[in-house]
Design a protein around this ligand. Structure first.
Ligand SMILES: [Mg+2]
Length: 220
């Protein structure tokens, strides 16, 4: 009984669970976006995860975690419009490339995943931590893993730890001025409102942590 890693089959179920979590938060994400953007962020995320579900469901059972992540990214990008579709899609594609040939996501692979996602998002989004974007949540999650150093908690605990860091970071974006993306035109009118993308990413990691908690507690 190995409860320390996520297989490709687990990843497919996990993505479906994350999609349900995002769908439940659609109205809240739209409202957050309406405060500093055009109010469609929840719709975009729901549509993107629906596209992921359709694509991933049609993959052969032999598809590895790298292929599942890559195809999820391609589907998200193709199914949605706007900056977030490209940025979120590219992050998943980058994660797939980083995990090429790996058979499971154990703590070491989870580190690679966050590292590749942060690099992808910072490059494609031309953003830095503190710019009030999704990157703030991704960066915080990645830093939380790096700060653990050589202490290696099991994956469920690692996910809980990083999702908490992402959630705190997403909330902290409310106090930031936007320096990238559409909200940067708002100046200090963006203050008091968290970045919807950062909140989305924290929901994604939170759902991954919850899925892992539920399924790893079960005897496999
Ligand atoms: Mg929008």
């Amino acid at each position: 009984m190995d409860q320390t890693s996520i297989t490709a089959s687990d990843l497919r179920q996990m993505l479906a669970f994350v999609g349900e979590a995002i769908t439940k938060e659609e109205a809240r994400l739209n409202a957050l976006d309406a405060a500093i953007g055009d109010g469609d962020h929840g719709i975009t995320m729901r549509v993107g995860f629906n596209a992921i579900h359709t694509r991933v469901s049609s993959l052969p059972a032999t598809a590895g975690i790298d292929a599942v992540l890559r195809e999820a990214g391609v589907a998200f990008m193709g199914g949605t419009g706007g900056a977030i579709g490209v940025l979120f899609g590219k992050m998943l594609i980058a994660a797939g490339a980083a995990l090429k040939g790996h058979l499971e996501i154990a703590p070491a692979e989870f580190k690679l995943l966050l590292d590749s996602m942060e690099t992808s998002l910072a490059t494609a989004g031309k953003a830095k931590p503190g710019d009030k974007t999704m990157l703030d949540a991704v960066h915080a999650a990645h830093q939380a893993v790096l700060e653990l150093g050589n202490s290696q908690p099991e994956l469920a605990m690692l996910l809980a730890h990083t999702s908490q860091a992402a959630r705190v970071a997403a909330e902290s974006t409310a106090g930031m001025l936007a320096r990238a993306g559409r909200a940067s035109r708002l100046g200090d009118r963006a203050l008091g409102h968290p970045d919807p993308g950062a909140v989305s990413f924290s929901i994604v990691l939170g759902a991954m942590a919850e899925w892992t908690q539920r399924n790893f507690l079960r005897t496999r």
